[in-house]
Write a protein that binds this ligand. Structure first.
Ligand code: ATP
Length: 326
């Protein structure tokens, strides 16, 4: 097997300020080349912080990071200056919910994409502009020649999202990080963008980590799902394993809430209770206060992962007991 594209080992991220926030509390994650993984979890579970850590985007003075983060064998925590610039946008790209975070309002679409291509690929302006045009075609923007000359504000929301994807993929990154890129869009445009991302992922053979709190989106885009809770992964497996046979009570609750709300035409959520405050690093199962099957051991110590099959794991004392009793 080839070396993994992403290897995160025992990642810990704390934010300092008036109070400390323990955002990531010992996270291990492996993504193989060309694989698509959804990070699924409620708001505040640490999904975005995980992506930002992979891009070395955390505020250095206000955050503390421990653990190993390697992308294609590169130690991301050691990257600085030019090497970091080359890594961001060249090796790894990110798309956001708000294209305004990626697109500069004062430059045309063509100028922005071609500038990135020139910087990362060292090609001429003409060559970079023809790559920009090719990318606009690939993301199926109507009248791409004309759009090259548009400014971001002259485009619709769905089109801006497509331009952001064109910009993110123009330098053919090995890894795409996607932070809820379709959440703000209406349902029809959302599905078009998800299908487009899936198609481009296959065509370019990229690895993708897709952050979402929406199980429907995770199923649409990913081969694998890692469920996050309070800065830790609590369960991981193939999408079909997670959907058809969830083992962690949190995943089970998330699925039940989603299906219930989807059936009523509403958005997800609604496991009773709230995620824990992140003021201290957890020393017991963080989900225990909300868990319908928690026992004394769950409130006393941290559960280790139980490996159910290769790359199929769950961090729960009771999961196997519950499964055996079914
Ligand atoms: N720069 C920061 N300074 C202080 N705390 C932060 C910072 N960035 C994130 N956090 C905190 O870290 C925790 C994890 O945040 P994160 O944004 O990763 O959650 P998330 O799972 O992506 O949620 P959402 O879906 O709402 O974006 C939260 O408690 C958040 O308030």
């Amino acid at each position: 097997m080839k070396a993994p594209l992403v290897e995160i080992q025992d990642l810990v991220v704390r934010f300092k300020g008036d109070r400390t926030v323990h955002a990531i509390n010992g996270l291990d994650l492996t993504l193989q080349q060309g694989e698509t993984l959804a990070l699924l979890g409620e708001s505040g579970s640490g999904k975005s912080v995980t992506l930002k850590t992979l891009l070395a985007l955390l505020p250095p003075k206000r955050s503390e990071v421990e653990g190993g983060i390697a992308v294609n064998g590169t130690d991301v925590r050691k990257l600085k200056g030019k090497a970091l610039q080359k890594y961001r946008g060249g090796e790894v790209s990110m798309v956001f919910q708000d294209p305004g975070l990626a697109l500069d309002p004062v430059y045309t679409v063509g100028a922005q994409i071609s500038e990135a291509v020139m910087r990362h690929k060292g090609v001429s302006r003409d060559e970079a502009m023809s790559t920009a045009l090719d990318m606009l075609r690939r993301v199926r923007i109507p009248s791409p020649e004309r759009r090259l000359k548009n400014y971001p504000h002259e485009l619709s929301g769905g089109m801006r999202q497509r331009v952001m994807i064109a910009l993110a993929l123009a330098c053919r990154p090995r890894l795409l990080l996607a932070d809820e890129p379709t959440t703000a869009l209406d349902a029809t445009v959302q599905i078009q963008i998800l299908l487009l991302l899936r198609e481009l992922q296959r065509e370019f053979g990229m690895g993708v980590i897709f952050v979402t709190h929406d199980i429907g989106v995770a199923v649409e885009v990913s081969e694998r799902i890692a469920v996050m809770y309070a800065g830790q992964i609590v369960e991981e497996g193939t999408t079909s394993e997670i959907i058809n046979n969830p083992r962690h009570p949190y995943t089970q609750g998330l699925l039940a809430a989603n299906l219930h709300d989807v059936a009523r035409g509403e958005r997800l959520n609604a496991i009773p209770g709230a995620p824990p405050p992140l003021e201290e690093r957890p020393t017991a199962c963080s989900f225990a206060p909300r868990c319908p099957i928690a026992g004394p051991e769950c409130r006393a110590s941290l559960p280790d992962f139980v490996t159910l099959a290769p790359r199929r794991r769950v961090a729960c004392f009771r999961a196997l007991e519950a499964a055996a009793a079914e």
